[in-house]
Each structure stands twice: as structure tokens, then as C-alpha cells.
Design a protein around this ligand. Structure first.
Ligand code: SF4
Length: 207
């Protein structure tokens, strides 16, 4: 009887979101609701592609999520499982990006800037030294995950990575009116986030 690593709290959204990549079609599926909705979508995807549904398909989906989160958030992981520096970095980036997306939805109702403004932001980031591209966002499914939230793409997406100043995947913030917060330093003066972050901090500073 195989042991399937699981999420410690099945109802808590993982930092990277409810996502799963079908190994036969290579397609990513994302749910904004919960793991059961993700599983239902994944089953529908396989049915639509005339693929069989393994009897342990639901467990495999949860296992893939269990391997994508910090070990403290999973149970029944193999004893020899180690997380390398790259995975830890990915974990923190996913966590920061997920927190930002949730804040955008809860505090700003997913309000977006217009397409031209988003394009101008993307162009600025593309040539910024804080645009860190060491993680492959396409390999990690981040582009699919975030695309499901924003519903938008830009021609600069392939050259955009993570902003080193807030640790968030850039195309999660490009279209948003919700201000980010710097974590590691300050946004440079030419950065479109600088004014947004400053105005977001003003009420707190005035209290
Ligand atoms: S500092 Fe500003 S311009 Fe530079 S990558 Fe981050 S968001 Fe883009």
C-alpha cells in the first residue's frame, strides 16, 4: 500500500495556490476555491482529453501539493526529503506572491490599471536591476497560476521574474492597483511601485 504525503491542513490554501500539472497533457490547472474544486477540475480535464482517471488520482494531486509546500505544512513526507536553497527561495516567492494576490482581492477588489499603464510598468521592470530571473516561472507553473488571477499577459512576461525589493513575482503586480510593500529595501525612484508603496504607508505613519 503506497504512502501518499498529504497536506497537514487540507483546507488551507498552499502558498503557491491550488495548482496541479497533469503529467500526460502537461497542462496546469488552478483553482481559486479549494482542493476539492482543483481535483474536480483536474478530473474534468482528463475526461475532456479521453484519458483514464487513476483510482488514486485525488491522492496524487494532494501529494504534489504536499511536496510543493514547506515540510512543516505536510505529513508523511519521506524521511530523506531535503529542500535545496532553490526550493526554499521558490517557497518564499510563492508565499509572498500568494499573500499579495489575496490582499489584492480582499483589499482592492482586484482593481486593475489599464493595459497601457501595465505595459509601461512591465517595460520599466524588464530593464531594472532588481528584476531577478533566477527562478524559471514557466517551469514552476507560476505563469499559469498568476495568469488565472490577472486574466492578462504582456509581451514582456517572458523576461520578467521576481522583484528583489518585495519578493513578489512581477506579473502578479503589474496590472494591480493594490500597493506592494518593500521587504528588502526601498523601491528605486524610477520604479512605479515607489509612489504606491509610499502612499500606502502614509495613513499608518500619520497615526
Ligand atoms: S524595483 Fe520596481 S522597477 Fe525594479 S523590478 Fe521591482 S517593481 Fe520593477
Amino acid at each position: 500500500m503506497p504512502i501518499y504525503p498529504r497536506l497537514k491542513n487540507r483546507n488551507m490554501e498552499p502558498p503557491g495556490g491550488w495548482i496541479y500539472r497533469d503529467l500526460d497533457t502537461g497542462m496546469w490547472t488552478a483553482s481559486k476555491k479549494n482542493i476539492d474544486d482543483l481535483i474536480a477540475q483536474c478530473i474534468a480535464h482528463r475526461r475532456a482529453n479521453d484519458l483514464p482517471i487513476p483510482s488514486d488520482f485525488a491522492q496524487k494531486i494532494e501529494t504534489s501539493l504536499a511536496f510543493s509546500v514547506s515540510p512543516e505544512l505536510a505529513i508523511d513526507l519521506p524521511d530523506d526529503r531535503k529542500i535545496g536553497p532553490r526550493a526554499i527561495t521558490l517557497y518564499h516567492v510563492n508565499k509572498a506572491t500568494n499573500a499579495y494576490l489575496l490582499g489584492w482581492r480582499l483589499k482592492a477588489g482586484m482593481a486593475k490599471v489599464d493595459g497601457d499603464e501595465a505595459l509601461g510598468r512591465a517595460e520599466t521592470c524588464a530593464s531594472c536591476k532588481f528584476n531577478n530571473r533566477t527562478l524559471c516561472l514557466t517551469c514552476n507553473g507560476a505563469d499559469q497560476w498568476i495568469g488565472a488571477w490577472t486574466g492578462r499577459r504582456s509581451k514582456f512576461d517572458p523576461v520578467l521574474g521576481v522583484c528583489e525589493q518585495d519578493g513578489i513575482i512581477l506579473y502578479a503586480t503589474l496590472h494591480s492597483k493594490h500597493p506592494p510593500h518593500p521587504l528588502n529595501g526601498v523601491f528605486p525612484a524610477f520604479c512605479w511601485k515607489a509612489e504606491m508603496a509610499a502612499s500606502a504607508l502614509e495613513p499608518a505613519a500619520a497615526q
